[in-house]
Design a protein around this ligand. Structure first.
Ligand code: COA
Length: 180
């Protein structure tokens, strides 16, 4: 059974394979403003996973404990099955103006070779209690209006559409079962 864990060098090799898949689908280019894109832009292709993972783990630590001025603290969890890295989900501990408008509380990626097997839906379900533990009662989750897969992931987890702002759909997702 897959599970959420904190980033660890134990999965350096599998995560590096996944990052090569993301790069092959175009992630990490100049237009990729996501955290995963930033990670690829900073550290490049993971030619030597054991060296590369050190920078990755330091970046994740910094995002939680000592984020840049325009960032709120956030924590990334990995979705893994044994030694296989499947995906990542980043939970922002609170919203700032940008996140309330566009970014939301939670962002996620599933590696290309593991898609369409329900992982994103299950990963978000597993992450909602973690968000609740940060004091988030309803998580704002946004997706591009044409991102059908992400929209389905959000709606399968109880997301209620608030509005569309530009290209983004904005949903509120209760983090505790039975909450509305
Ligand atoms: C969006 C993403 C996380 C979905 O991951 P996934 O593990 O494939 O999602 P799931 O398997 O849980 O699928 C959820 C639903 O979307 C559907 N779906 C998945 N990929 C799809 C696609 N490319 N086109 C249309 N529907 C798709 C699935 O069939 C499923 O539908 P169902 O609930 O009716 O069965 C993944 O495609 C991804 O990482 N994309 C790039 C990053 C991204 O867009 N992140 C989200 C930012 S908001």
């Amino acid at each position: 059974m897959p599970e959420l864990i904190l980033p660890t060098d134990r999965l350096a090799r599998s995560f590096a394979e996944a990052v090569r898949e993301f790069i092959a689908e175009g992630r990490g280019g100049p237009d990729d403003g996501s955290l995963l894109g930033d990670l690829i832009q900073r550290f490049g292709p993971p030619d030597d996973p054991s060296v590369w993972i050190t920078g990755v783990l330091e970046m994740e630590r910094m995002l939680t404990e000592d984020p840049p001025a325009s960032f709120v603290p956030s924590t990334t969890h990995w979705w893994v099955d044994g030694d296989t890295w499947l995906g990542r989900i980043n939970i922002r501990h609170r919203l700032n103006e940008y996140l309330r408008d566009i970014g939301g509380h939670i962002g996620y990626d599933v590696r290309p070779s593991a898609r369409r097997r329900g992982h994103a839906t299950a990963m978000l379900a597993a992450a909602l209690p973690v968000a609740a533990s940060y004091g988030i009662e309803k998580a704002l989750i946004t997706c591009d209006a044409d991102n059908t897969a992400s929209r389905k992931v959000i709606e399968a987890n109880g997301g209620v559409l608030e509005d569309r702002r530009g290209d983004k759909l904005r949903f509120w997702v209760p983090t505790a079962p039975g909450a509305d």
